[in-house]
Design a protein around this ligand. Structure first.
Ligand code: NI
Ligand code: MN
Length: 223
């Protein structure tokens, strides 16, 4: 099984029935948060970069749950993680659930000297690409050459990341089977219409776009 749960903004979880991976756990101060940092459970926390809307509550959740934090060494330091797995861009590591490839992202980091990243995660027999915060970049097509991407989680909110048109172009490069848009409508500055993104992307690619509300889950086995 593989269940995707959206928590609002860029926070989401992947659960294969054994391991729960929590991505960019921004709950405290997140106007669209579907749950609270104090109650969330997970086995792993993956943090794409140090901006507050991604690093979020990672340190508190790691301390309370004992979850293993996966990120750059600088992110592990920022989380004061008791259990951490440091990686860097271009590296792949194996875990109990599968593997993680740390992908590049074109974005600032929130910490001097640190690079933002994305993650290509193999879990539950699927390959899930989370772009993190990023601009469109042509090397996305190299990610598509690494493996079939079952689902791409892409920011569409513009201003800080790709907007709708660039995210639709990213879909052409990545050729995923499914796409979940994130990082939009949390604040007025990243207002975007996910239906417009869905229309453009489904016209130009064979991907299916799934628009999730915070708190909503998607079961990959049911697709
Ligand atoms: Ni950012
Ligand atoms: Mn962000």
């Amino acid at each position: 099984m593989l269940l995707f749960t959206y928590y609002g903004h860029s926070a989401f979880a992947l659960n294969d029935g054994h391991s729960k991976l929590l991505f960019d756990p921004f709950f405290t101060g997140n106007p669209s948060a579907a749950t609270a940092a104090e109650v969330i459970t997970c086995n792993y926390i993956l943090v794409s970069h140090g901006h507050a809307d991604h690093l979020g509550d990672a340190a508190e959740i790691a301390a309370r749950t004992g979850a293993t934090v996966i990120g750059t060494p600088e992110i592990l330091e920022a989380c004061h993680a008791a259990h951490g797995h440091g990686m860097n861009i271009g590296g792949r590591a194996k875990f109990a659930f599968g593997s993680v490839y740390m992908a590049p992202a074109l974005h600032s980091s929130g910490t001097p000297g640190l690079l933002a990243c994305g993650f290509l995660v193999e879990i539950g027999g699927k390959n899930i690409y989370y772009a993190g915060d990023t601009a469109l970049f042509s090397d996305m097509k190299l990610l598509a050459e690494r493996c079939r991407i079952d689902c791409a989680v892409l920011p569409i909110g513009d201003n800080y990341t790709m907007g709708i048109e660039d995210a639709a172009k990213a879909a052409e490069l990545l050729q995923p089977e499914h796409i979940i848009p994130v990082h939009y409508n949390t604040w007025p500055v990243i207002e975007a219409d996910p239906e417009k993104f869905k229309t453009i992307t489904e016209e130009n690619t064979s991907a299916r776009v799934h628009i999730l509300q915070p708190g909503e889950a998607l079961d990959f086995d049911a697709l």
